[in-house]
Design a protein around this ligand. Structure first.
Ligand SMILES: [Mg+2]
Length: 294
């Protein structure tokens, strides 16, 4: 599973401590060093840190305080923090876990033990990252899966935006593509359609695969005219795509899209999706490869 070198941040105000740790960890990991809490906070902004070794006694801001801040920030809250300190009283240990530390090692430490405990926490983090990924993203396309789409979509919907649009997208006659050319070719079509749509939507849009050949986009636009022309463009781009079947035959494909706008009567995200779905159904009924706005 692992094919990269993890980055460990050492935060300690004593340079000799840092030298010992660098000697021990430098060959195995990418190591970044901070001599105080403030510079540690700057480093985590600019680097992807996989684990932090944190001293407690430091001037200005101590390790406890730094750990609390790290655990409050969305982008740093999941970085495991191991306290590495000379303090060995129960009160200090208890406090370290209370502020969010995941492990506590006292100085002087046994190198083998420190390495093993770092390794354990890195493995746990890797598993958690993997679980987070598979619970949020669609494995085939890399875009949001149904669950994550609804989680982010509900949050967006609850903001009560009056320019919120939902687009339901379906690949036309997809069953026919699968039946005629086989599922691997069908999968290629799904990936290509996803890529094309992803390239043409706003970075703030929430784009997910609801299942099979069905996708949805939740986005904001300044006007109905703007959203329709944008969605129309997505349809045109896909119409131009082609792939080759295993026997070298050129395969073309199209999508149908149904668009709906959230108005004051739209009570839930579900309702908005249903409205867009009705429009999509209409697009299919009218001969596919078209956009219908409801
Ligand atoms: Mg210190």
């Amino acid at each position: 599973m692992k094919n990269f070198t993890e980055t460990i941040l050492i935060v300690d105000d004593t340079e000799t401590n840092i030298d010992i740790l660098l000697e021990l960890l430098g060959d195995k990991y990418d190591v970044v060093v901070a001599l105080n809490a403030q510079s540690a906070l700057e480093i985590v902004q600019e680097n992807d840190i996989d684990l932090i070794l944190l001293d407690i006694m430091m001037p200005n801001m101590d390790g406890y305080e730094l750990c609390l801040i790290l655990k409050e920030q969305e982008f740093t809250k999941d970085i495991p923090v191991i306290f590495l300190t000379a303090k060995d009283d129960e009160e200090s240990i208890e406090k370290a876990y209370k502020v969010g530390g995941i492990d506590y090692i006292t100085k002087p430490f046994k190198p083998v033990e420190l390495l093993a405990r770092i390794n354990t926490q890195l493995k746990v983090k890797e598993l958690i990252d993997h679980l987070n990924f598979i619970s949020s993203y669609d494995e085939m396309t890399g875009i949001y899966n149904r669950r994550k789409f609804f989680e982010l979509g509900e949050a967006k919907f609850s903001q009560g935006l009056d320019d919120l649009y939902c687009v339901m997208i379906d690949i036309d006659k997809f069953k026919h593509i699968n039946d005629t050319y086989g599922h691997p070719t069908g999968d290629k079509v799904i990936k290509l359609v996803t890529k094309s749509i992803a390239e043409h939507i706003d970075s703030k849009a929430i784009f997910g695969r609801l299942g099979g050949e069905e996708f949805t986009i939740l986005c904001t636009h300044s006007s109905k005219k703007e959203v329709v022309s944008h969605i129309e463009k997505i349809r045109e781009n896909i119409e131009k795509l082609e792939i080759l079947s295993d026997s070298g035959e050129v395969i073309k494909f199209t999508i149908s899209e149904g668009v709906a706008c959230a108005d004051k009567d739209t009570k839930s995200l579900d309702e908005l999706l249903k409205k867009a779905d009705v429009a999509l159904y209409e697009a299919k009924g009218l001969g596919r490869n078209r956009v219908i706005f409801r």
